[in-house]
Design a protein around this ligand. Structure first.
Ligand code: ZN
Length: 142
């Protein structure tokens, strides 16, 4: 994570540089900035990505690692907390040299050229709570 540019008081733009991990960088940044509720969108390029699909029946993630040069066609997600710890939930669409896309739940990705992210800070904390039926930590809206 390199530079941040404040735009108004509710929106931040951040750039994640080559070689850095997207989810790790975002979580570290939000922890430092004390951001506990935010909506994220972004684009850029990566050299590898780990995607997942949640298998509701078996309550686990089916995972896939793709190691190739990919555009981040779209990143969308949010920042919240789980047991007081900052957590990111991000999904992404990544396209290859044939303009064919891989998409899914983003576990992690390594930036190749750059990654440009908009963080819309919410004035509420998005707390997550484990849901037994679903098997995931879902946002707790009371
Ligand atoms: Zn997900």
């Amino acid at each position: 994570m390199s530079k941040e540019l404040e735009h108004g008081s509710e929106v931040l733009f951040v750039r994640i540089d080559k070689g850095n991990k997207i989810v790790e960088s975002l979580v570290n940044f939000c922890q430092k900035q004390n951001i506990k509720g935010a909506w994220i969108s972004g684009l850029g390029a990566v050299s590898s990505v780990n995607l997942a699909l949640y298998d509701l029946e078996n309550k686990n993630y089916i995972k896939k690692e793709i190691v190739e040069s990919l555009e981040i066609a779209s990143l969308v997600g949010n920042i919240g907390t789980l047991n007081g710890k900052v957590v990111a939930h991000i999904h992404g669409v990544f396209s290859n040299k044939d303009m064919v896309a891989y998409a899914g739940h983003l576990e992690e990705a390594t930036v190749s050229a750059t990654c440009e992210i908009k963080i819309e800070i919410l004035d509420i904390e998005l707390t997550r709570k484990h849901n037994e039926e679903i098997g995931l930590n879902i946002i707790d809206l009371r």
